[in-house]
Design a protein around this ligand. Structure first.
Ligand code: HZT
Ligand code: MN
Ligand code: MN
Length: 467
């Protein structure tokens, strides 16, 4: 799979509506919030030609050189969001000051704080006993809030350079390097939480370029940017959807509102099945008009939110996004941390594992397994010291630091590791997480936030002014 876009290109271009296609170059300077321009056959032809040219030329041709635009190029973002955001905390443009240095002697910003929604939990807002229990957790909250602030600053930076024409491998490298820089990467103590997902179109999750993948972001792509930040194993997991063509606006709006619905319903004693039902209700009240057809927007029924534990991206509980999505007795509990994420689709609303795998993670419960191959022992030792039980990707194994400069210096690069990686997967030490795909030619979107179920309230820690 050198280029996952290659096979679906035909279908997709046929499906893109003629209406509402902004000129590609104009997107850099134009009002991001302006509506759709009626595009006749002329414009469409021109666009097609340009796309072909870009492909041959290797992409990047229409990137603005020099001073970056002060407005995010993608839709659904406040025009001034990314520059205003870090200026507020004394960050530079582009951001280069580690978040820890911006907040010396200050508290990290709190997330959005909301009461637990069930009437039975209303007493928690005022109870002294509840508050004293909460004070014991300030250390934990501080770490999660710091990681969330890194996430906001890294994504604001990413939102400034994500444009049609960018090579996804370059985008991931720059986003991840900024993540390392602003979070003062320090081995397992602090750094990236998991690989940067940048799944396109019918691919809903767990795609990141493998080495040699030259995929270039196109004007009509729908990309889910999903990345993680961790401090002492406390992971922030948050994602948004990037699109440039306004035809997708209802698709993005449906998941954005559905995730907000999920966040509103979350809280102590909230039943996971009720959260799922509310999410689906919100999401499926939208539809997408495309190419003269009205398509229903469906929740992807086999994707879920999840609880998060220290160094454990999925800690056991899943948060459904459809009705009857899980056992009715499951509820959210005090002290838990959740990723609330919702996915919609114009396809079946069901994903399968497909395409080349990029994401891998050591099983949290992996016991000691005697290994026969020397290469497997070496790779496992590298994974143990560099990633522990955090997820990683092949691109990182091939960096000269092998995924962490702090751990490996510039002598970490893994070579000829594919056999060993397969062996570690076969014996059950490493779990592969292949891309999760709906039907070819469809479009999927996602929004995701991390929340803490505190004793007195819930805190949407990763909330920003962008989403
Ligand atoms: C797995 C591997 C990773 C967890 C959700 C997710 C991205 O689909 C229970 C519910 C990163 C994360 C994960 F490299 N997954 N959130 N953000 N992916 S999941 C899952 O495997 S397990 C959902
Ligand atoms: Mn995620
Ligand atoms: Mn998640």
């Amino acid at each position: 799979m050198a280029d996952p876009k290659e096979d679906e290109k035909e279908t997709k271009e046929d499906e893109i509506a003629k209406a509402a296609a902004d000129e590609e170059e104009d997107d850099d300077e134009d009002d991001a919030a302006n509506g759709d321009a009626a595009a006749g056959g002329q414009t469409k032809k021109k666009k097609k030609k340009k796309k072909k040219k870009k492909k041959k030329g290797g992409g990047g041709a229409n990137l603005v050189v020099g001073t970056p635009s002060k407005k995010p190029p993608a839709r659904g973002l406040k025009e001034t969001a990314y520059t205003d955001y870090y200026v507020k905390y004394g960050q530079t443009e582009p951001p280069i000051i580690p978040v820890a240095d911006l907040f010396v002697g200050k508290e990290f910003p709190k997330g959005e704080i909301l009461p637990h929604p069930l009437p039975s939990q209303a007493f928690r807002e005022t109870s002294e006993e509840v508050r004293s229990r909460e004070r014991l957790q300030e250390d934990l909250y501080s770490k999660v809030r710091q990681a969330a602030e890194v996430h906001r600053q890294v994504r604001a930076y990413a939102q400034s350079f994500i444009k049609p024409g960018i090579k996804l491998a370059d985008m991931c490298r720059d986003l991840e390097n900024k993540n390392r820089e602003l979070n003062l990467e320090h081995g397992l103590e602090r750094g990236i939480g998991f690989p940067t997902g940048c799944s396109l179109n019918h691919v809903a999750a767990h795609y990141t370029p493998n080495p040699g993948d030259d995929t270039v972001l196109q004007h009509d792509d729908v990309m889910k940017v999903d990345f993680g930040v961790q401090i002492d194993g406390r992971i922030i997991d948050s994602a948004w959807t990037v699109a440039f063509n306004p035809v997708y606006d209802p698709l993005l709006q449906s998941v954005r509102e559905a995730t907000d619905t999920g966040l509103r319903h979350a809280g102590i004693d909230s039943r996971l099945c009720d959260i799922g039902e509310a999410i689906q209700e919100t999401m499926e009240s939208f539809e997408l008009e495309m190419g003269g057809k009205t398509l229903p927007i469906k929740a992807i029924r086999n994707l879920n939110g999840h609880s998060i534990g220290p160094y454990q991206i999925h800690a056991g509980k899943s948060v459904p996004i459809v009705k009857n999505g899980c056992e009715e007795s499951l509820v959210m509990e005090e002290g838990e941390i959740f990723a609330i994420e919702t996915f919609c689709s114009t396809g079946r609303g069901y994903v399968n594992e497909d395409m080349e795998c990029s994401h891998y993670m050591k099983r949290f419960d992996a016991g000691h397994v005697p290994l026969r191959m020397q290469s497997s022992k070496r790779l496992l030792s590298h994974i143990n010291k560099t990633f522990g039980t955090l997820a990683f990707c092949r691109r990182w194994l091939e960096r000269e630091d092998g995924g962490s400069f702090f751990v490996n210096g510039n002598n970490g690069r893994q070579t000829k590791y594919m056999g060993a990686l397969k062996n570690l997967c076969d014996v059950g030490i490493i779990q592969p997480y292949p891309p999760l795909c709906d039907t070819r030619g469809c479009f999927t979107a996602q929004y995701e936030h991390t929340i803490i179920i505190r004793p007195s309230c819930k805190e949407i820690v990763s909330r920003g002014d962008d989403y």
